[in-house]
Every structure is written in C-alpha cells, then in structure tokens.
Design a protein around this ligand. Structure first.
Ligand SMILES: [Cu+2]
Length: 159
C-alpha cells in the first residue's frame, strides 16, 4: 500500500516537471529563400577579385516563429557554398542603405517571431564558391543559443 502511494507521488512530480518544460523555446523555421547579390565596385577591389564567382555574395531570408515560453537567440549561420557567413542588419546612414554585421545575435522572443527579410536583417553569404542558380537549394546551418544547430534548405530565387 505504501508502495502505491509512492507511485502516485512520483506521477505528480513527473506532471509538474512537464509544466516546467513549457519554459523552453520551440522554433519553427519557414519561408527560407536566397538570391545572389552583386558586390559593389569598392568591395570588389578589396581582394575578392581572383576567387571564382568573385563579385557575388548571396543573401538568405527566413522567418523563425517561437511557439515556446522562453526566448532564444540566433547566434550565427554557416553555409558550405561560401567562404564567410555573417548575420547582417540594414541601416540608413547619410541617406543611404548600408549593411553591417550583427554583433550579439538576433533574439526570437517567447511566443514571438524573428523575420529576416529584404531591407532588414539577413544572412549574408560572402565570397560564393559557386554560382547560385535559380531553382537550386543550398544548405544553411543556423546556430541558436538554446535550440542548437538547425539545418535548413534555402531555395534560390531570381536576383
Ligand atoms: Cu548583408
């Protein structure tokens, strides 16, 4: 009888544990797409001219929905299609649109979303090793602070 009582207690502890488990991020990544971007002339002069496909970078746009009860953070991205991958933000500076690396990652709030879209945040694929052909897909690894690494496939669209 005493043993049965212990079993009931154990079951309650497990249920309470499940309730606590709500406090984790639950990420759903969707709408992943890419396009090549011509590098402006002043950047091409900076030593990328002799690599294959020099003069072309690429971008990745996507949405991350967080259905969980805790925030997460997109820390970095990686793709084998290019030499360097960075998270960028678009800013207005002296009336011109410019891009700069994001230093501390991008937050996905609890029950919120992060959108990487034209004119805003994006993953920058720098110094492409091969061309991005419309209709193709490329693998991109996204590293999140709490959810770890997720691999997504980005669909190439026309520039
Ligand atoms: Cu960029």
């Amino acid at each position: 009888m005493r043993y049965a009582g212990l079993m009931v207690c154990a079951a309650i502890v497990v249920l309470a544990g499940c309730g606590g488990g709500q406090q984790v991020p639950e990420l759903v990544i969707s709408g992943v797409w890419s396009r090549p971007v011509a590098v402006p002339a002043q950047d091409s002069a900076a030593g990328v001219a002799d690599t294959p496909h020099a003069g072309f970078n690429g971008v990745v746009y996507l949405q991350v929905e967080n259905r969980g009860g805790a925030a997460d953070r997109l820390l970095r991205a990686e793709a084998e299609v290019c030499a360097v991958t960075e998270l960028h933000e678009t800013i207005m500076q002296e009336g011109r649109m410019r891009m700069q690396p994001v230093t501390n990652g991008l937050e996905i709030p609890a029950r919120g979303r992060l959108e990487l879209s034209p004119g805003g945040h994006h993953v920058m694929l720098m110094n492409l090793k091969r061309g991005l052909a419309p209709g193709d897909s490329i693998a991109v690894q996204l590293e999140f602070e709490r959810s770890g690494v997720r691999t997504v496939f980005s669909h190439i669209r026309q520039p």
